[in-house]
Design a protein around this ligand. Structure first.
Ligand code: ADP
Ligand code: ZN
Length: 710
């Protein structure tokens, strides 16, 4: 039997291997033994009944409380050429009847029904006419009053049990507590059943907690690198949802609100648009629950605190159901906790105590210094068998990226800025700290300051890195117009009350080379994604139902050129090939051709043979204008070549003279400070920082000067 299951896994669903427990569960069900499955969201519960359904001769009924999910599941199954249908109150009379007829004619393998629909006499009568091999109760915790989503109709399911002597009962849930598990077994009258509990560790979720300082800006920063990725942001209050949504839209993100104050129609629309990738971000109150079953949610942000670890786990659980790496960010503030506790004052004693306990466990998790999976899983009664998750939580990652305790440096830096009356820029501060005998420092008598010479143990570029982190985390701001650093209230208060801060002292980004391939994998992904979206829109189904997320990524990685190569990709079947294969292969062929013709994103790529000659000519005293004429090359391209010359280890002799002469010391200081703070590989960014006031060529000249000095 398991051979058959495996072949269905491969040929129908396009996956190579079963995940943890799936195979055992399927075998158990095929033996017609009652089964209780506890598996976290995204763990792969659906296959546990979908595969047996395709093996059983008769019908598999799936009772599911969520009408929107039902439709979604059935759409996906149809896309895999599986005979699945649903019956619920949203169907038009005509369609409802058509579906009933199909069931009666034994043309259906999987029938999804709402519990209310299942319990009607008409449904029971219909089912008595066919052979039912399996009754699956999805979201089985709805049967328990202890669960978070009690549905009275679920209690009645067991009363029908005698009518289906051939049917095995399979109950599935993602709720872990023992009490709920017992309730499920009792209420559904499971007979001599086997319980399968899979680990609650979601090993594709990156867990990160940061202090909440300027939440909107922190959110925007986080989103910058995720321009096109779907995600959910949880806020505590409706009002906050609305304002954040507006803010995001103002910054060019397509975001929609979702909270209890909206009309059903608007909420459904938000959800539908999100499923179909017509809107990128849903901003929701924490009350917003289970209606979303989108596999490719790439991030979840907790703008405000969740109310317990359990809710946190549920909410982050909506990310990465497709198994791809996804990010979970939580903005943590002690003020939020006090507010929360204050609100609890009005509650009844017993309720308040439970809620307070929950908050305390949450805080313990948030303050935890080692692998976050340890307290998280412990909460669910699971012992994490490793001591570290590797690089999947902020704490573990910090250990491998060499983050250090920078408390001392943070203090020294902020103190120095303060001592300088917040009137100077990054380079100046670093010089004071390192006791450089700069004429300006001496003239200002700043060698008399306490700070002078307190930072000799770090290099200039390390101080720059400390400064950059302090700006990024809002301890200070840098007014680039006046080239001066100013402390924020957070920075000022840090001087009177220090706490431990970890950060970097080695710049990872600068180590990586600037060279970019002509067309990157993510460019390819975006193009293929557009093709996929077109198909999805044509059929009115979500993108991931057309081609699963992971499969599309793999396509972008492996660039298949033949049918076989296409089918080698996980999640792609013959059926998919027939429907979409050719179009994707043609598109990939076209992309490869464009790439060879030098299309794509690289600009002013230095000519590998010329930059050496150009560097040498410059060093022999030839002015840039003349080099430009001699090589028939734009001025700006000559600058790019000189940059490449320096990057390859060359030195330019007179560039400081040129830079000072053309630009003057003041601008030079300003821009080098900016390079200190943001690096100099992305000139667009620097250009924007100065609101376009400094032209690119000047930025490039200063970059040469800067690189040459360092
Ligand atoms: P759950 O119902 O437990 O939340 P799903 O059944 O929706 O999870 O599965 C989550 C995702 O994992 C889906 O995109 C599904 O296609 C994928 N998946 C499930 N089993 C496998 C497998 N054996 N190999 C690869 N992907 C799988
Ligand atoms: Zn970890």
């Amino acid at each position: 039997m398991s051979v058959k299951a495996k072949s269905i896994l491969r040929n129908k669903f396009g996956y190579n291997e079963f995940r943890d427990l799936q195979q055992d569960i399927i075998n158990n069900v095929l033996k017609k033994k009652d089964t209780l499955v506890i598996m976290p969201t995204g763990g792969g519960k659906s296959l546990c009944y979908q595969i047996p359904a395709l093996i059983f001769e008769g019908l598999t009924v799936v009772i599911s409380p969520l009408i929107s999910l039902m439709k979604d599941q059935v759409e996906q199954l149809k896309e895999l050429n599986v005979d699945a249908l649903f019956l619920n109150s949203t169907l038009k009379k005509k369609d409802y009847k058509k579906n009933v007829d199909l069931v009666r004619e034994n043309k259906v393998k999987l029938l999804y029904v709402a519990p209310e629909t299942f319990m009607t006499d008409a449904t029971q009568e219909m089912l008595s006419q066919v052979r039912v091999d399996c009754i699956t109760v999805d979201e089985a915790h709805c049967v328990s009053e202890w669960g978070h989503d009690f549905r009275p109709e679920y209690m009645k399911i067991a009363t029908t049990r005698d009518r289906y002597p051939d049917a095995v009962f399979l109950a599935l849930t993602a709720t872990a507590t023992n009490k709920v598990q017992e309730d499920i077994a009792n209420s559904l009258k499971l007979i001599d059943y086997t319980k399968f509990i899979s680990s609650f560790d979601r090993d594709n979720l990156f867990l990160k907690v940061i202090p909440k300082v300027d939440p909107t800006r922190q959110t925007l920063d986080f989103l910058k690198k995720r321009r096109k990725q779907p995600g959910i942001i949880y806020c505590f209050k409706r009002k906050q949802v609305e304002t954040l949504c507006e803010e995001l839209n103002a910054h060019g993100y397509l975001a929609r609100p979702y909270h209890a104050g909206l009309a059903d129609k608007d909420r459904d629309q938000s959800q539908e648009m999100f499923l179909k990738d017509e809107v990128q971000i849903i901003v929701a109150t924490i009350a917003f629950g289970m209606g979303i079953n989108k596999p490719n949610v790439r991030f979840v942000i907790h703008y405000d605190l969740p109310k317990s670890i359990e809710s946190y786990y549920q909410e982050i659980g909506r990310a990465g159901r497709d198994g791809l790496k996804s990010d979970c960010l939580l903005l943590f503030s002690y003020t939020d906790i006090s507010k929360f506790k204050y609100l609890l004052k009005r509650k009844e004693e017993s309720e308040r105590q439970i809620a307070e306990k929950q908050i305390d466990s949450l805080v313990e998790y948030l303050e935890y210094q080692n692998c976050r999976r340890i307290p998280l899983l412990k909460y669910f009664g699971e012992v994490y068998e490793k001591t570290k998750c590797g690089d999947l939580c902020d704490n573990c990652l910090a250990q491998i990226t060499g983050e250090a305790d920078i408390t001392e440096f943070v203090y020294k830096y902020l103190y120095c800025v303060k001592e300088l009356n917040e009137e100077h820029g990054l380079g100046y501060v670093a010089n004071v700290l390192r006791a450089v005998k700069d004429p300006k420092i001496l003239k200002n008598r700043h060698d008399d300051l306490k700070s002078y010479g307190t930072g000799k143990n770090l290099q200039r570029n390390q101080w720059a890195l400390v400064a950059r982190q302090l700006i990024d985390t809002s301890f200070m701001i840098w007014d680039q117009k006046k080239d001066r650093l100013e402390l924020t209230p957070k920075g000022t208060s840090y001087l009177s009350k220090q706490y431990q801060i970890t950060g970097k002292l080695v710049d990872e980004e600068k180590k990586t080379s600037d060279k970019r391939p002509n067309i990157t994998e993510s460019d390819v992904f975006n193009v293929l994604n557009d093709v996929r979206k077109e198909y999805a829109e044509m059929q009115g189904i979500p993108s991931y139902a057309v081609i699963p997320e992971e499969s599309l990524h793999e396509m972008a990685r492996t660039l298949p050129t033949t049918k076989d190569e296409f089918l080698d990709i996980e999640g792609l079947t013959d059926f998919k090939y027939k429907k979409y294969g050719e179009k994707f292969l043609t598109m990939i062929a076209k992309l490869s051709k464009d790439s060879k013709n030098g299309g794509g994103i690289s600009d002013n790529a230095p000519d590998s043979t010329k930059f050496m000659q150009i560097g040498e000519k410059y060093n022999k005293g030839m002015p840039i204008r003349e080099i430009s004429d001699e090589f028939d090359m734009k001025y700006t391209v000559v600058l790019d070549n000189l940059y490449h010359y320096i990057q390859s280890g060359g030195k330019l002799h007179k560039i400081d003279w040129l830079a000072k002469r053309i630009l003057g010391k003041e601008i030079l200081d300003k821009v080098t400070d900016a390079y200190d703070a943001y690096g100099c590989s992305d000139l667009d960014k620097i250009y924007k920082k100065f609101n376009g006031e400094i032209i690119y060529d000047h930025l490039k000249i200063i970059r040469l000067y800067y690189m040459n000095e360092i």
